[in-house]
Write a protein that binds this ligand. Structure first.
Ligand SMILES: C[S@@+](CC[C@H](N)C(=O)[O-])C[C@H]1O[C@@H](n2cnc3c(N)ncnc32)[C@H](O)[C@@H]1O
Length: 128
């Protein structure tokens, strides 16, 4: 898949300035800047279950963290607890294993965090 994979994916989500966005499995945090560029009063939260990835993504996106737009959280989708109030207009996951292995379960786990009318976007590569 080309180097345009992440920009193409983010473009398709049509992020709005006020969107509350959750990324599941952010890895190195490449999508963060592309999402945050669209946000004014909106917010971006990324989770990843790897401490190494959260540290790398946070360092890469320090500017957006300092601006109060982006937050990175060490957490696993399977045990994620964001409380009763926090919900998102757009949730996305790219190349996150659970969405290959058990898409129905992954979808249910992710959809818990959608606001009414919110959208879930998932991308994974099928074997060639
Ligand atoms: C293949 S990488 C993809 C990174 C990025 N989304 C991309 O497309 O380049 C998958 C990432 O998802 C994280 N991950 C896998 N399962 C997860 C889960 N259940 N909850 C949170 N993060 C998960 C991994 O730690 C890893 O950083």
């Amino acid at each position: 898949m080309s180097g345009d994979r992440i920009p193409d994916f983010v473009r398709r989500m049509q992020v709005r300035p006020t969107d509350r966005v959750l990324e599941i499995g952010c890895g190195h945090g490449v999508a963060c800047g592309l999402v945050c560029a669209w946000l004014t009063s909106g917010q971006y939260l990324a989770i990843d279950r790897s401490r190494k990835m959260i540290d790398a993504a946070s360092a890469r996106n320090a500017r957006f963290i300092e601006q109060g737009i982006a937050t990175f959280l060490l957490a696993d989708l399977e045990t994620l607890d964001l409380g009763e109030q926090r919900r998102f207009d757009k949730i996305f996951a790219m190349r996150v294993g659970l969405f290959h292995r058990d898409p129905e379960r992954a979808r249910r786990l992710a959809e818990r965090w959608l606001a009414p009318g919110g959208q879930l976007f998932v991308q994974y590569d099928t074997p060639a």
